[in-house]
Design a protein around this ligand. Structure first.
Ligand code: HEC
Ligand code: HEC
Length: 276
């Protein structure tokens, strides 16, 4: 590992880690939520401090300078080792394709996805360092918990399954599986799997694509697909996906058997290439 790549991008003006301790809301919350906010913030500070001054790690006894330690700020929200947070919204990071994770870190940092605190955490970090973080999480091999029980009608469940596995030519909707892999476990190196994600998270992402709050590399196929889904179809497919168990082999596949029906900049371009 190249030591220089652990340093932040040289920037004339950088967000000071200290500003995080003045994050609004820390004082105005109950004890329980204060803890929930302060823990990630304390860990966030550790991440920034380390990224800014890796040499200091050697002076600190009992501190193992591993990527797992450096990303404690992340796992405070995303669950131990990035296995997903407990409350059904913080998505899993472990085992997702590295190119996909890397693209998302750039998207948050550069404003194509919205999360203020993550953007501030990522802002001082170089592209190389973000790629290391992405690779770290992509390599983690962790079991998935059983899927959540999702309350939905049998008709909606059947519609969700059809959309995911067969698509709806009448609405120009290719099957989700035609891009996310036959087992829906993702495709290397840039396309994520769709299983093991909570329904709220799936709805949030598809809604953000519809409204333009989430963007990916152009052509942004997911924006088109999310806009073609009616609200009922969106709910049906997210409910069906969230209630599926992971197959025994949950790894992303190496490639698709045939090219997707719609072009996706994110899938085609080398990870990290940025468009606005
Ligand atoms: C305060 C809680 C919090 C912290 C700290 C945090 N995240 Fe997140 N992260 C979230 C939330 C919430 C989302 C979903 C945001 C959305 O709606 O798009 C997310 C989404 C992501 C995604 C996209 C996952 C996907 O499947 O598309 C990645 C990658 C990610 N975070 C990485 C990180 C890394 C790396 C760190 C540490 C530098 C970090 N996060 C720190 C809350 C957090
Ligand atoms: C033409 C190819 C294609 C099709 C069809 C497709 N997707 Fe995607 N999808 C992608 C790509 C590429 C990405 C990665 C985008 C990025 O980098 O943000 C993605 C990302 C996603 C994500 C974000 C996952 C996360 O962890 O945040 C969701 C959710 C999603 N797709 C849902 C669906 C659903 C539901 C369907 C079927 C109705 C579908 N997709 C059909 C190509 C496709």
């Amino acid at each position: 590992m190249n030591k220089q790549s652990l340093s932040p991008r040289p920037k004339p003006r950088r967000v000071s880690p200290w500003r995080l301790s003045a994050w609004p809301g820390v004082r105005a919350t109950t004890a329980a939520t204060t803890l929930a906010v302060v823990q990630p913030l304390a860990a966030a500070f550790a991440l920034l401090a380390l990224a800014a001054a890796p040499a200091h790690a050697a002076d600190t006894p009992r501190f193992e300078d591993t990527m797992a330690q450096r990303t404690l700020a992340c796992t405070a929200c995303h669950g131990a080792e990035g296995r997903a947070g407990p409350d059904g919204y913080y998505p899993r990071l472990a085992g997702k394709p590295a190119g996909y994770l890397y693209n998302q870190l750039l998207h948050f940092r550069d404003g194509r996805r919205q999360h203020g605190l993550m953007a501030r955490l990522l802002e001082p970090l170089s592209d190389d360092y973000l790629l290391e973080i992405a690779t770290h999480f992509a390599r983690l091999e962790l079991p998935y918990p059983p899927p959540a029980r999702v309350a939905m009608t049998e008709a909606a469940r059947a519609r969700g399954r059809t959309l995911a596995l067969e698509g709806d030519p009448g609405r120009q909707l290719p099957a989700c599986a035609s891009c996310h892999g036959a087992r829906l476990t993702g495709v290397l190196t840039n396309t994520p799997g769709l299983l093991g994600l909570p329904r709220d998270y799936l709805n949030g992402q598809l809604g953000a694509w519809r409204s333009g709050l989430r963007r990916a590399h152009a052509p942004d196929c997911m924006a088109d697909i999310a806009k073609r889904l009616s609200p009922e179809d969106l709910n049906a497919v997210s409910g069906w996906l969230a209630s599926q168990p992971l197959p025994a082999d949950w790894h992303p596949v190496a490639r698709l058997p045939q090219p997707p029906a719609i072009a996706c900049g994110s899938a085609i371009l080398p990870a990290g290439r940025v468009t606005r």
